[in-house]
Design a protein around this ligand. Structure first.
Ligand SMILES: [Fe+2]
Ligand SMILES: [Fe+2]
Length: 134
């Protein structure tokens, strides 16, 4: 898995709640990957994935609310990116709760890659707007 090391300069969007949510999501991905290597268990994979999706949903709603409050002009485009990600997350959930280990490795890679690139390429765009009103 790609390394997800937090440093403020690269990842902080300048809002304490959003930063802590981003850190939490990162922690869950790392925890997910660590457990996969130590004790792979399908039912835990399912539960972890559902937990991650719930956390992601809460975070995206909070982020979108703050964008609106701070009159971020591209909030609609950002919402569409979140929505596509959310649909992708739901598509990763297996109906019969069966998960091949190699597929879970791909899921974790996707989550890690998305975390890294979404914060740096998309979330960073609202950073100056969140700063203005604080
Ligand atoms: Fe976002
Ligand atoms: Fe975010």
């Amino acid at each position: 898995m790609i390394r997800l090391e937090w440093d403020d300069q690269t990842f902080s969007v300048g809002h304490p709640d959003l930063d802590s949510q981003h850190k939490k999501l990162r922690d869950v991905i790392i925890d997910f990957a660590t457990h996969l290597n130590i004790d792979y268990c399908e039912s835990q994979v399912h539960a972890r994935l559902l937990g991650f999706i719930e956390l992601s949903k809460e975070h995206m709603m909070c982020e979108e609310q703050l964008m609106k409050t701070h009159d971020y002009p591209d909030s609609e485009a950002h919402h569409k990116i979140h929505k596509a990600h959310f649909i992708k997350l739901l598509s990763l959930v297996s109906d019969d709760e069966k998960y091949e280990q190699k597929d879970v490795e791909h899921i974790i890679d996707y989550l890690a890659q998305w975390w890294l690139s979404h914060i740096q390429n998309e979330d960073m765009k609202y950073k100056p707007f969140l700063k203005k009103k604080d």
